[in-house]
Design a protein around this ligand. Structure first.
Ligand code: SAH
Ligand code: SF4
Ligand code: F3S
Length: 474
């Protein structure tokens, strides 16, 4: 593929051409890991749609199965191999039916392990890393002819310039919220983390292509966009005014798009929270008051060993500045317990920083040594049971903070974006500005409406609300 294929509506032509000769081939993508993988799976689906593939309802119904994998912790990577074991039986069965299945591994395990995957699991036909998804249709075609293919190159061309745009009907079928990758890769090299090796060095997409993609999403009915990057706030590039922009400017520009009600971004690094980004939180109503800002540990000694390039006090200063700019902002974070050398004292510092910040939500993990990272060979690895016991204590504190945050919402009135039908008839599930699920009973509103709601009850994972009668869409 040498140029961008634009499949804007009218959009039936590509698959119709294939359908006229034989039934369209079907692809099933199983996604593991982070939101960027979720986004990548949609882009792969779009690339394959341009080649006549339609989504399959299940693995059993597919001609092509892709596992879009995650390498961040050992458990995530091992899941792939147990899934491949299960698929082997399916593939054997299908060989006898005259409708063979092609099986591919994509994503971060593909990038990290390359052809090792085929050595360990010969059932796999193709292995494709995140930087070459634009070549996927050709790779799949070759694999269907019987070639085993491994492509984990960092392609010299920008894949985003070569991936086809989604059709509006396909965007609509995915709902009213969407992810949009603006930055990929990482140059920070935290000593526990595989991402710099699996996603490569930091690359920012241009402001013009991001704004163009955002417009397409909004035109197709998307009401909320989450900008994605491994270090999303390290995004930078030439703006549409010719000046050098950072993420703050980009958010100011996107907030001008008519019909886009909500903006979010994730994941941020504390050292890249600059003044303009903080000003965006102060000035933009459409930028949701929720910030995911991982700190990993509250101990300066451990932060240093992790190569995080900030101290606990630096992190607290950033939180303080963001809160001054946007007093209703809620914080979320990531934590690792049991990093090599972590003492009970270091862990106490982590509990302390959690108490000081007060989180509305968080992800916390037991340290998992990853091959090729400096942390894996450090002395003083913490025994699994010690780390497990610390994790339980940390999670009890974080859960307690989350419950208290939810309970404090009862009686308050705020906007809820209606996202999907609830379990019971007449119920719609929406999201609060702070990412909480909100269950509302209503016959008068549709998915995609932004409505004002009063919170009547709080559970551990969701809120219940009644409508105040105001529709507040942009
Ligand atoms: N780019 C983001 C997050 C990357 S991975 C950032 O810089 O914050 C998401 C989270 O997984 C990390 O924030 C970290 O908390 C966790 N993580 C990464 N490597 C890990 C490892 N080896 N063991 C346990 N948790 C890990
Ligand atoms: Fe991993 Fe650190 Fe980069 Fe985040 S900043 S992706 S944790 S190396
Ligand atoms: Fe996993 Fe790769 Fe995301 S390792 S967390 S899928 S960037």
């Amino acid at each position: 593929m040498s140029e961008t294929i634009d499949l804007a509506e009218p959009d039936e032509t590509a698959s119709a051409a294939v359908e006229s000769t034989h039934a369209p081939r079907k692809v099933f993508i199983k996604t593991y890991g982070c939101q960027m993988n979720v986004y990548d799976s949609t882009r792969m689906e779009d690339a394959l749609a341009a080649d006549g593939y339609v989504p399959a309802a299940s693995m059993e119904d597919a001609d092509l199965i892709l596992l879009n994998t995650c390498h961040i912790r050992e458990k995530a990577a091992e899941k792939v191999y147990s899934e491949l074991g299960r698929i082997r039986a399916l593939k054997d069965d299908r060989r006898t039916t005259g409708r063979p299945v092609t099986l591919g591994v994509t994503g971060c395990v593909a990038q990290a392990e390359g052809e090792e995957i085929i050595v360990r699991a010969p059932v796999v036909d193709l292995v494709v890393g995140p930087q070459t998804y634009h070549r996927l249709p050709q790779i799949v075609a070759r694999a269907r002819r019987g070639e085993a293919i491994v492509d984990t190159e960092y392609a010299p061309e920008d894949k985003f310039d070569h991936l086809p745009h989604a059709r509006a009907t396909r965007i609509r079928s995915r709902g009213v919220t969407a992810f949009l990758t603006v930055q990929e890769g990482c140059d920070k090299f935290c000593t526990f983390c595989v991402v710099p090796y699996t996603r490569g060095s930091e690359v920012s997409r241009t402001a013009a292509t991001i704004i163009d993609e955002a417009k397409r999403l909004v035109d197709a009915g998307v009401r909320e966009i989450t900008l994605l990057g491994q270090n999303v706030n390290a995004w930078h590039g030439e703006g549409v005014d010719g000046r050098q922009w950072g993420l703050g400017e980009l958010l100011f520009a996107l907030a001008e798009l008519p019909g886009l009600d909500r903006l979010r971004y994730t994941t941020s690094h504390p050292i890249d929270m600059d003044d303009r980004l903080i000003a965006a939180h102060r000035d933009l109503d459409r930028l949701m008051p929720y910030l995911h800002l991982p700190v990993q540990s509250g101990s300066d000694r451990i932060l240093k060993a992790m190569n995080r390039s900030h101290t606990a006090a630096d992190y607290l200063r950033v939180v303080e500045r963001v809160r001054q700019a946007r007093p209703d902002i809620a914080m979320s974070g990531d934590f690792i317990v049991g990093f090599p050398g972590e003492s009970e004292r270091d862990f106490a510092d982590t509990l302390e920083i959690v108490r000081t910040v007060g989180y509305a939500g968080a992800f916390s993990f037991k340290y998992s040594p990853r091959p090729g990272t400096p942390g894996a060979t450090m002395d003083d690895q913490v025994p699994g049971d010690v780390a497990g016991e610390r994790l339980a204590r940390l999670q009890a504190l974080l859960n307690d903070q989350q419950h208290r945050f939810n309970e404090a919402c009862v009686g308050k009135t705020f906007d809820v974006l209606l996202e999907k039908p609830g379990r019971r008839p007449g119920q719609i599930i929406g999201r609060s500005p702070w990412l909480q699920s909100v269950i509302i009973s209503t016959q008068d509103h549709d998915i995609g409406d932004l409505v004002e709601a009063k919170i009547t009850a709080a559970g551990p994972n969701s809120l219940s609300a009644t409508l105040t009668g105001r529709n507040t869409s942009a």
